[in-house]
Write a protein that binds this ligand. Structure first.
Ligand SMILES: Cc1cc2nc3c(=O)[nH]c(=O)nc-3n(C[C@H](O)[C@H](O)[C@H](O)COP(=O)(O)OP(=O)(O)OC[C@H]3O[C@@H](n4cnc5c(N)ncnc54)[C@H](O)[C@@H]3O)c2cc1C
Length: 409
């Protein structure tokens, strides 16, 4: 049986950073990283941005050059999927039946795109966007496509819509809720992005539900809405969230459900098993201690550092400030903090100028910022979020006052 002192399951953002941190912290034992995809770790965000737009080649997405892993004495086992975990024997089983024993494990498996439950959801031409394979499949089929239906008005759906519009496709975006980005941002931001997409020619519809993907010869040909309307589309892109890839861990007895539950040191309820990134449900101080999963590069990287420290016995509680970005057209959105639970928003600047900030407050304290083409506010506002500063709305709204000057001494 193969043996590794630390086994990392998942060769994505979190897995890569876990290796980097372990070696940086001086860990000299053997490390084996097992990844289901055929590629060494690469950046996922460009899959719905520069890579899909053909502005960046895949080679430029690698998190580290291919040689890096060997230089750090890390064994990569790619195209391999862990299907079972035996915590009492400290071993995992792969899809080919082989077994690997470990000293400690970091589970960093992210998630799989949530699939449509309606008829036709598995037709050819219906795509999620999670892996290089997904993006390549979309790019490979685009030539014969005139109209694309994007289902889901979250960041990935909106980014894909922006790129495909730029590539000259007619895009219809279908969102079930009454506004886009409803789960992650306030109404001002949603309204701004809806207007932007419409101005770029996207037929953006909210409050619509999809009842069926229609097909011809096994391939998508349109989307049927609940009211009977049929939207012709030769390609359907589905961006309706992910299902955390935690089944083997939950079957092995780990606490969790929507993700695997971890403590402040990224430890699961199973001995010697840590979990990080999109699949890790954790109590987050920026969400008032609510147990949440964060789907961001920041969270994957910062939890990876904590898990590496935990293995070395030097862990500090996970308390990193959440941040995220999204690129659509020439708009760069940067967010800091978590806006969930806000009871007040302050608009800083005029959305018509395409450079503004939405400040989110809870009981008078700044908890998050969404900054559109507003790098300065993002950089300076971070401290307000970290301090949970209590600042009068009138001051936050006054763009003549730099945010850094509002931080109480
Ligand atoms: C299109 C797209 C755009 C995004 N844009 C942004 C952005 O702009 N900003 C931002 O902060 N975040 C963005 N994200 C989110 C960000 O990419 C994720 O939060 C991040 O990748 C999470 O890292 P992770 O290590 O948890 O999971 P991943 O990076 O998804 O890595 C998990 C890996 O584990 C593998 N795996 C799963 N199960 C198994 C198994 N049983 N055995 C072996 N391997 C397994 C998976 O195949 C995958 O390769 C985007 C994501 C996508 C898909």
């Amino acid at each position: 049986m193969t043996q590794a002192d630390v086994i990392i399951i998942g060769a994505g953002h979190g897995g890569a950073q876990a290796v980097i941190s372990l070696r940086q912290l001086g860990f000299s034992g053997s490390i084996l990283m097992v990844g289901r995809e055929p590629e060494p770790p690469y950046e996922r965000p460009p899959l719905s941005k520069e890579y899909l737009a053909r502005e960046k080649e895949f080679e430029r997405l690698y998190i580290r050059p291919r040689q890096f892993w060997a230089d750090k004495s890390v064994d990569l086992m790619l195209g391999a999927e862990v299907v079972a975990v035996d915590p009492s024997n400290r071993s995992v089983r792969l899809q080919d039946g082989s077994e690997i024993s470990y000293g400690d494990m970091i589970w960093a498996t992210g998630g799989d795109p949530r699939r449509l439950s309606c008829p036709g959801g598995d037709l050819k031409g219906v795509h999620g966007v999670r892996t290089r394979e997904d993006a390549d499949a979309i790019m490979g089929e685009l030539e014969g496509v005139d109209q694309v239906a994007v289902i889901g008005g979250g960041y990935i759906g909106l980014e894909a819509a922006a790129v495909l519009t730029k590539l000259g496709k007619k895009v219809v975006l279908l969102e079930a809720l009454d506004r886009v980005l409803a789960r992650v941002a306030g109404p001002q931001l949603s309204a701004f992005y809806e207007a932007e997409h419409r101005a770029h020619g996207v037929d953006l519809r909210t409050g619509v539900s999809v009842s069926e993907i229609l097909g011809e010869g096994g391939k998508a040909s349109g989307v049927k809405l609940a009211d009977g309307e049929v939207i012709p589309a030769q390609m359907v892109i589905v961006g309706i969230g992910i299902v955390p890839a935690v089944a083997p861990l939950i079957e092995a007895g780990a606490e969790g459900g929507n993700g695997v539950l971890v403590d402040a040191h990224c430890k699961t309820s199973l001995p010697h098993i840590y979990a990080i990134g999109d699949c890790a449900a954790h109590a987050n101080g920026f969400a008032d201690g609510a147990v949440i999963r964060l789907e961001s590069v920041q969270n994957a990287n910062d939890q990876a550092k904590v898990a590496a420290q935990s293995i070395l016995g030097t862990a500090q509680d996970y308390a990193a400030t959440p941040w995220f970005w999204s690129n659509q057209y020439d708009l760069k959105l940067q967010t800091v903090g978590l806006s969930t639970g806000h009871d007040e928003t302050v608009l800083r600047g005029d959305p018509a100028t395409r450079s503004f900030t939405v400040v989110y407050l809870k009981q008078g304290h700044v908890i998050a910022l969404d900054c559109v083409n507003s790098v300065k506010d993002y950089a300076q506002g971070r401290k307000l979020v970290e301090a949970r500063a209590a600042i009068p709305a009138a001051q936050l709204a006054d763009i003549s006052l730099p945010l850094k000057d509002l931080l109480p001494a």
